[in-house]
Ligand binder design. Structure first.
Ligand code: DHB
Length: 497
């Protein structure tokens, strides 16, 4: 009796509070008082769409609602790039994941685009996924800032300086990553109104975009980014994702130079024809890789054996052997001109039983000239031009920067050190403060020489060693590119839980 009375009284109280709250909120909303600028700017308008369609290569017409040019941060710094587009297919699947495709390449700024029939964005729509294509700032994006300066004895007056002085590059590292994180937050903050399930965000990118996808996958909700996201007016919510698709990710930039020289050092003379300046650097860089490799503590997931400089190349050779055999099994002609494949004629079904890694790497280097030495942190060495990475790590005024201890000659200044850390997914895989994607699809084409094979392989191994669901492969005959074998990719997505 007492219990009953208590419950009904309690229910009544809750009800009264709820009604009061709702009334107050409605009144405030009408008066435009209660919502912060943040919440107001970042609300998704479900009625503001246009109906569009896309013709797929097989002639199929995908019809969808297009929500475009939506700002995803409250404090927009660059109105050209800090927007996103959302596409909702008419054949929306149940509990649809959200497929977020970034078009970042070369760490450059990327606009929020429309989905394309020729890549994973169109295919995702065809498969009934919600698609989000965010724009993001990059190493080449800038804004013109009007500078207000106080003139002596006068009131504050607007003083617009010349271009040279008021051009501010706002997209240097980690700006592009922050933008993508803010876009993820926008999707999560509006989960109730945007179709699809924002607990199931899948990111996809190629090259520099692949690196961004990897970073989104391992840095979810990490405090390193919090203050910066807050300043941008990103939605105050989480930014962890569910699955990360990384095509040829150009990452682990601090160690990419040594990895590259260690892998390709034997072609330096004949194929690469390095001059004596580059030759010296190559030897130094290459010599420092084994120690780094050891520090990663990688294990062969099948045998549990530790991977070190002694057995690593053989492990890579096994991957390439799997790759060439897969291509061979699917009917591909494997040319002997590469000089890598040996058939065992004694067996009933011909298969490729051995693979000469050195000859193969020489073939890769002949197919497309290797990068100069150093390949990534290149500027100020042997008259090399600044690399895409030197530009991306540069400053607001456009100055390009070195970013490795090797180049700078001493420990990096604090600010730069923080930025370098924030841009390397390897730093976060074992960090418990980061919420990581459970599912990983990582590809590095067998003919891709833009970075050493170790970069994607180490990322995959580290994730796999930590217990994540990783699908890694080095597909045969594929250069530096992404969004290929979409049947395979979308079949894999169907297996995810
Ligand atoms: C990309 C390619 C590179 O070789 C590189 O160093 C950085 C970025 C790219 O295609 O995005």
């Amino acid at each position: 009796m007492f219990f009953n009375f208590f419950v009904s009284n309690f229910d009544f109280e809750i009800l009264t509070v709820m009604i009061l709250k709702k009334t107050v909120l409605t009144l405030c909303a009408i008066a435009g008082l209660c919502y912060s600028a943040n919440a107001q700017d970042l609300r998704f308008d479900a009625d503001n769409f246009t109906q569009k369609q896309l013709t797929m290569p097989d002639g199929y017409e995908v019809k969808f609602r297009a929500y475009e040019n939506i700002f995803y941060v409250a404090n927009v710094e660059d109105s050209v790039y800090q927007t996103l587009n959302i596409y909702v297919p008419d054949n929306l699947r149940n509990d649809s994941p959200i497929f977020l495709r970034t078009y970042i390449g070369g760490y450059l700024a990327a606009k929020a685009k429309q989905p394309s029939a020729n890549d994973a964005s169109g295919r995702a729509l065809e498969e009934g996924y919600v698609v989000c294509i965010p724009g993001s700032r990059g190493s080449n994006s800038f804004v013109h800032k009007e500078i207000y300066a106080a003139k002596k004895g006068k009131k504050k007056k607007k003083q617009v300086l010349t271009d040279e002085f008021n051009t501010v590059y706002t997209g240097k590292f980690p700006a592009g990553l922050l933008d993508l994180k803010a876009a993820v937050r926008y999707l999560k903050a509006n989960d109730e109104v945007i179709p699809g399930n924002s607990d199931k965000i899948i990111t996809d990118g190629t090259s520099a975009g692949g690196a961004m996808s990897a970073l989104l996958g391992v840095t979810g909700n990490h405090p390193d980014y919090e203050e910066l996201l807050d300043k941008m007016g990103a939605a105050k919510t989480s930014d962890n994702i569910w699955a990360s698709i990384c095509f040829c990710p150009i990452t682990d930039l601090e160690h990419a130079d040594m990895a590259y020289e260690w892998l390709y050092c034997f072609v330096n003379k004949n194929i690469r024809q390095l001059d004596s300046c580059q030759m010296q650097l190559s030897e130094k860089l290459s010599a420092s890789y084994p120690e780094y490799l050891k520090s990663l503590n990688l294990k062969n997931p099948e045998t549990g054996e530790k991977l070190t400089a002694e057995n690593y190349l053989n492990y890579l050779r096994e991957w390439l052997l799997k790759s060439v055999n897969k291509a061979f099994d699917s009917g591909r002609e494997i040319s002997d001109t590469i000089g890598v494949a040996f058939y065992d004629e004694s067996k009933e079904s011909r298969c490729i039983v051995d693979f000469n890694l050195e000859k193969y790497l020489a073939y890769v280097a002949k197919n497309q000239p290797l990068k100069p030495t150093p390949a990534f942190d290149s500027q100020n060495f042997c008259s090399n031009a600044p690399s895409a990475e030197n530009k991306a790590f540069g400053l607001f005024d456009g100055t390009t920067l070195n970013f490795t201890e090797f180049a700078i000659g001493h420990i990096l200044p604090d600010e730069l050190l923080k930025r370098v850390k924030m841009m390397n997914p390897m730093n976060y895989i074992a960090d418990n403060q980061a919420v990581k994607a459970k599912n990983w699809y990582i590809r590095h084409g067998a003919k891709d020489r833009d970075t050493g094979f170790q970069i994607s392989l180490n990322l995959a191994l580290r994730l796999q060693n930590e217990g994540f669901n990783v699908n890694y492969f080095i597909p045969w005959d594929i250069p530096h590119t992404g969004d290929y074998n979409l049947n395979e990719l979308f079949d894999w997505l169907e297996t995810l839980e």
